[in-house]
Design a binder for this molecule. Structure first.
Ligand code: GLC
Length: 424
């Protein structure tokens, strides 16, 4: 297969998954890519961001529509929920699914968050479209979303944002959340029940999924280094976009937020003897040492000390006993007792996902680890050349679980790097 064939297959997949319509509540048309037909048909926040990234080089006008639709339900305070149930029956689904805040069902927008990849997506779309007008329109909305995160999810202003549910991290069943859920080596049923009860608890008693309030109730709260790395990286993208618009003061204030979160990750979550970051769970911030992908993710941040990045890359990322599997990068390290490379009933307990590979490879290039990034990119292209799947086996690269999966196409963005030529 050559590059152009893979690109057109990716575009065909994304177009097949497009859903459009008119929403009676917002009185607006919506256009977005469903993550996977028959499996996930609503609009998911971070899936949409990755669809826009993939579309930026395939059909940039559609990429713009994806992000525009994502922000239709944005509240005046900046918040955007992790799912939008578009269409006539949206409020019913929003109520039944239990992830909307109580009384907010008509908005058909969940009350929870997902990894903040929105700024990275807008930057990628702006780079490819060169459309300054679109950027000027969208950047204030995107920035206000990150400002909401800072205000509401970091009430102590220590630089770290918190989450109130595993689903907020996007890495739903990661073993890094087991202990805070009160589970040990759980099966699928236990995870589903616990999360379902937590969803309803938060929807009914969470005062609009308020982090401060839920931290007081202390049922599930977590400082996740993955979420914080993506948040800091998002502020870095915001700074870059301000510079594209010649807004130097705003660029500098964005970098300050990025640096504060980076520093806080290093002050509170970095374990010097282990040479990696850790999770802090519960209101008491109990250390959790699970070796899942969050514990290496802050390497992606621009401005992270190169020595520290090098240590994590050497000890963990490129170590075959940890994250350097035949097809990298697994969502959980090989040495972790819960590592389940080919499990499909629970998710994010080992398999590779293209969205994480995109974030990691981009971060590695930024810090000059070009060879490591190129290996991740090459293996990613090999995996998606077979089919577009939700996950892939870190051992054999075979596709797993959801089929015709939108975010798997994110890897086509790697084709822009000089490493790939003509024939794959
Ligand atoms: C799964 C994933 C979540 C994703 C959703 C739609 O629930 O864990 O991260 O957004 O599917 O693809």
């Amino acid at each position: 297969m050559d590059i152009e064939e893979l690109r057109s297959r990716a575009l065909a997949q994304l177009l097949e998954n497009v859903r459009t319509g008119f929403d009676p509540y917002y009185q607006q048309r919506y256009t977005y890519v469903m993550p996977s037909i028959g499996r996930y048909e609503w609009q998911w926040f971070w899936d949409s961001c990755f669809h826009a990234i993939a579309l930026s080089t395939l059909d940039v006008e559609l990429a713009k529509q994806e992000l525009t639709t994502l922000l239709i339900p944005q509240r005046d305070d900046g918040f955007v929920g992790h799912m939008t149930y578009w269409g006539r029956w949206g409020s019913v689904f929003s109520a039944i699914a239990g992830q909307s805040s109580f009384g907010d069902w008509r908005r058909r927008n969940s009350g929870m968050i997902q990894p903040p990849v929105l700024a990275q997506a807008l930057l990628r779309v702006s780079e490819e479209s060169g459309d300054a007008e679109y950027l000027r329109l969208m950047l204030p909305k995107v920035r206000s979303y990150y400002e909401w995160l800072g205000r509401e999810r970091d009430p102590d202003s220590d630089g770290l944002i918190g989450v109130v549910s595993p689903y907020e991290c996007g890495l739903d069943n990661s073993p890094a959340y087991d202990a805070e859920l009160g589970l040990h080596l759980p099966n699928r049923r236990q995870l589903l029940v616990k999360n379902w009860l937590l969803d309803w608890h938060n929807a009914l008693f969470g005062k609009g999924h308020s982090y401060s309030h839920l931290r007081e109730r202390n049922r599930f709260v977590l400082i996740e280094p993955f979420m914080n790395a993506v948040y800091a990286d998002g502020w870095d993208a915001i700074a870059t976009m301000h510079r594209l618009l010649d807004q130097e003061d705003d660029a500098q204030s964005s970098e300050q937020v990025r640096d504060r979160t980076t520093q806080a990750l290093n002050d509170h979550c970095w374990d010097a003897s282990l040479g990696r970051w850790i999770y802090l769970r519960g209101a008491q911030k109990i250390p959790d040492y699970t070796l899942a992908v969050g514990s290496i993710f802050p390497i992606i941040i621009n401005g992270q000390a190169r020595g520290q990045v090098a240590e994590v890359v050497e000890r963990y990322l490129t170590n075959e006993d940890e994250f350097w599997t035949p097809y990298p990068v697994p969502s959980v390290a090989v040495s972790e007792p819960t590592f389940d490379p080919e499990g499909e009933s629970t998710i994010w307990r080992g398999p590779v996902c293209m969205n994480l590979n995109w974030l990691l490879a981009r971060g590695l290039r930024r810090h000059g680890f070009t060879d490591v990034a190129a290996e991740i990119e090459a293996k990613s292209i090999e995996m998606i050349s077979r089919d577009f799947r939700e996950f892939y086996s870190p051992l054999t690269g075979r596709g797993m679980r959801g089929t015709d999966f939108g975010w798997a196409t994110t890897a086509v963005d790697f084709l822009g790097t000089s490493y790939f030529t003509g024939q794959l």
